[in-house]
Design a protein. Structure first.
Length: 456
């Protein structure tokens, strides 16, 4: 399940201290024996190759903190059956943690991780943008759609879908929504791409924060759409839209209840083919719905079910890299359940298995702080910051501030915040979250106000 830009700070993005080296996290483990020849973090080279070969460019935009990105690498992009597609595209992966990729992000902004692009190298125009996870069979359909858009000649609903994809990829959300809506209205009932078109429509509407129309459209169109991973994702986006609606909006309770029922349905029989990460995302959406409903008892029951599921999925993962896909959600579920200590052994094992990955110690820093192990939390934040790159450093430093405040070391907390804000100014604007910077500024102002002597 895709990671939403609105929830980047939700689970485990903390830790902290040391110089930023901007050295890429190695993807050798993730791509070991991979069937598709991805070029790593070199858009200019990939573009030149695509132009020379006269074929489109396929781009996987990812980040090391993104569990869905890691799931795609561990369970889908590593599938040997994809090898037969190696010559259809030039393949590029772009790690958004790295400042060297800021120029790509300026040209092709993203809202969700992972995002998959098909780009026409002749004009450097995106032909298709797909946010989130896909099964192997869905990925192969994306290959076909991207290739057809590159060659042209499609008509009817297929042409409208291609146009909607291109508009969304260009960031023209309103036009994309209109075009995708038209495609679904014009297409025959048995259109093979109905699910993907609906998923793309929901993605665009949520990204544009058209939350009420999004929720209503999901309830309207889901019944006429075949069950699939796209159907499940569309239901999830519909629920996220409903959860984001104002509490006093007309019919909001009915919309939330109806869409939560669709997500529950997506998790039931007949079974929809989906990864453990996708199913985990559905649990997360349901938990958010229970929270806005102020159903504490239901939330606890669901969090326990979610965490038990995640522990089972992690236990059967084929390797440590695949197992870490579940780390952030295990942490989140354990914290929601009120038992953060339950996730600590898993994160400690991940750090042992993947010593260059900043995520396990960053998440451990939060867990240790939560259970009162402040010395361990500070040490974990040190390890995380020694490994983290780019803008993720800000999240790590923010978490360190929380540890220092818990230790009642206000001077060190203020210094860390000042260093974080100074570092933020060195980052490319496209890779700097205004929300994160505001949060850091707010923390600093609060600590400085506390440090002021009381007026006599």
């Amino acid at each position: 399940m895709r990671t939403l830009v609105a929830s980047l700070l939700l689970w485990g993005l903390v830790g902290c201290t040391a110089a930023n080296t901007n050295t890429p996290v190695s993807t050798e483990a993730a791509h070991a024996g991979a069937p598709l020849p991805f070029i790593e973090d070199d858009y200019a080279r990939a573009l030149a190759e695509a132009k020379a070969k006269g074929i489109p460019l396929f781009v996987d935009v990812w980040a090391p903190w993104c569990h869905t990105c890691r799931s795609m690498k561990a369970y889908v992009l590593s599938d040997k059956s994809l090898a037969r597609h190696a010559d259809r595209f030039v393949w590029l992966e772009v790690n958004t943690d790295l400042t060297q990729n800021a120029a790509f992000q300026e040209k092709f902004p993203i809202e969700f991780w992972p995002t998959l692009y098909v780009i026409d190298p002749r004009a450097e125009k995106p032909l298709l943008r797909f946010a989130g996870s896909a099964t192997v069979s869905q990925l192969e359909k994306l290959f076909e759609d991207g290739e057809r858009a590159y060659k042209g000649g499609v008509t009817g609903a297929e042409a409208l879908l291609a146009r909607g994809d291109a508009l969304h990829a260009e960031g023209r959300s309103t036009e994309a929504i209109e075009t995708l809506t038209e495609a679904l209205a014009e297409a025959p009932a048995d259109w093979s791409r109905r699910g993907r078109a609906l998923e793309s429509l929901m993605t665009a509407m949520y990204g544009a924060m058209q939350v009420e129309p999004c929720a209503k459209k999901a309830l309207e169109l889901l019944p006429g759409t075949p069950r699939s991973l796209s159907w499940a994702n569309a239901a999830m986006f519909g629920l996220m839209c409903a959860v984001s609606m104002p509490e006093d909006a007309a019919g909001v309770k009915e919309l939330r209840a109806g869409l939560e029922a669709k997500v529950v349905d997506a998790m039931g029989a007949p079974v929809i083919e989906m990864s453990g990460d996708d199913r985990s995302g559905l649990y997360e959406a349901r938990l958010m719905a229970r929270e806005v409903a102020k159903d504490e008892a239901g939330k606890k029951v669901l969090a326990e079910e979610w965490l038990t599921f995640l522990e089972a999925e992690a236990a059967k993962a084929p390797n440590p890299e695949a197992r870490t896909v579940f780390d952030s959600h295990r942490m989140g579920a354990a914290m929601k359940l009120g038992t953060p200590e339950r996730a600590i052994p898993a994160l400690e094992q991940s750090e042992k298995d993947l010593p260059q990955d900043y995520n396990p110690p960053a998440r451990l820093a939060t867990l240790y702080r939560t259970v009162g192990r402040l010395d361990d939390a500070l040490a974990a934040s040190d390890r995380a910051l020694a490994r983290v790159q780019g803008s993720r450093r800000l999240s790590v430093m923010s978490g360190r501030v929380d540890i220092l405040v818990a230790r009642k070391d206000t001077a060190a907390a203020v210094k860390t915040l000042e260093e974080a804000l100074a570092f933020a100014k060195t980052l490319p604007a496209v890779q700097t979250s205004p929300r994160m910077v505001k949060n850091l500024e707010k923390k600093l102002a609060g600590l400085q106000a506390e440090a002021q002597p009381a007026p006599k």
